[in-house]
Design a binder for this molecule. Structure first.
Ligand code: GLA
Length: 345
């Protein structure tokens, strides 16, 4: 069995840390301004030594935040001004630390939320996170401006799930349009793309990609996985039957055909995890059986892996994008695969 690093070196040309670059992992639990970059640096060093690009994820999110982010003086909640300074300092420090080594950052993750009755939002659909409550909707642009100051060359992304949802898509379009009008640097939109077997449809995601494409920003597929359940929230499936694995492959291939057809807009695709054994979907939303990735628990290729390799042959769109990076930064297929090794299709 190949070790995870060997598998990554052989099949992937871009990497993202699932957790190691989130604030809760980078900061000292008690002391603001103190960091532990060791795990993240290890990942970045490994990537650079093996000619693999690094995506940074994520600078600001309502989950896995610095434990002291909202603490104020004398047990009070932090003031608006102090929170802004804290966010600017954190983003400045982290982006500077990885400057030149991380080519793109998910600056803000999941600021909007629709059709989730348990989540409070404002009238625009912005999640009433503590950042939103204390600072106001401007917390998003404050984060982007801080990241842009720290590394003007890094690509700055807004990242979210269910980006095909009409409400969320509209909110994203409004945000990008507004930022562009006011000269706030935003380079791209990240589609997390956590899918089930039935949702979303390839067409729904393609429609969203085309709409965002009209804005002239880059787009990355940032966290792709396809749960064997119909919807990622379900837990009905209890084993990976050959039929289910075949069907999963067909769905992976359909998504990749669509990404390749739209390569003018989609310049990177990342799967969320190397193999099924480590997938978050085995323990979220409940502990259950799942097998959403391209390699199984024993790190062997699945039908989905081979199906993805077939996709490029079927997509007749030779258009090359103008990205400084290869058209597809996740490139699957090592020396023995039936397509060129990492790089452009
Ligand atoms: C979201 C986040 C990721 C990760 C997944 C679950 O998609 O963006 O960082 O936490 O949830 O693993």
């Amino acid at each position: 069995m190949m070790s995870a690093p060997e598998l990554i070196k052989r099949h992937f040309s871009i990497i993202v840390a699932e957790n190691a670059m989130k604030p809760a992992e980078l900061v000292d639990k008690h002391e603001e301004g103190k960091y532990d970059f060791s795990r993240a640096d290890e990942l970045v060093d490994f990537a650079r030594a093996n000619n693999i690009e690094v995506r940074g994820h994520t600078l600001l999110w309502h989950n896995q935040a610095a434990p002291w982010l909202f603490d104020g003086k004398d047990g009070q909640e932090v003031t608006r001004e102090a929170l802004i300074t804290r966010i600017e300092t954190y983003i400045g420090d982290v982006v500077c630390h990885f400057k030149g080594r991380v080519f793109a950052w998910d600056v803000v993750n999941e600021a909007y939320c629709f059709d989730e009755p348990e989540v409070a939002t404002d009238a625009t659909g912005m999640r009433m996170s503590r950042m939103r409550k204390i600072i106001g909707p401007e917390f998003v642009e404050i984060a982007f401006c801080a990241a842009a100051r720290a590394d003007p060359d890094a690509l700055l992304f807004y990242n979210d799930y269910e980006t095909q949802h009409p409400g969320k898509l509209n909110a994203i379009i409004q945000m990008v349009t507004d930022f562009k009008r006011r000269g706030i640097k935003i380079d791209g939109i990240g589609h997390q793309t956590h899918c089930g077997m039935g949702h979303p449809s390839v067409q729904q995601l393609e429609d969203a990609i085309l709409k965002i494409g009209e804005l002239g920003v880059k787009q990355h597929i940032t966290e792709l996985d396809i749960s064997l359940n119909n919807n990622i929230m379900d837990s009905e499936v209890s084993e990976a039957t050959p039929e289910l694995l075949e069907a999963q492959g067909v769905r992976y291939k359909a998504f990749f055909e669509m990404f390749i057809k739209n390569r003018k807009y989609i310049s990177a695709v990342l799967v969320w995890g190397v193999d099924d054994g480590g997938s978050w979907l085995k323990s979220w939303p409940v502990k259950r059986f799942e097998a959403p990735l391209l390699f199984d628990d024993a790190q062997q290729t699945k039908p989905a892996f081979w199906a993805v390799l077939e996709a490029p042959k079927l997509a007749a769109n030779p258009q090359r994008d103008t990205d400084p990076f290869p058209s597809f930064l996740v490139s699957l297929g090592g020396p023995d695969a039936k397509r060129p090794p990492r790089g452009r299709f």
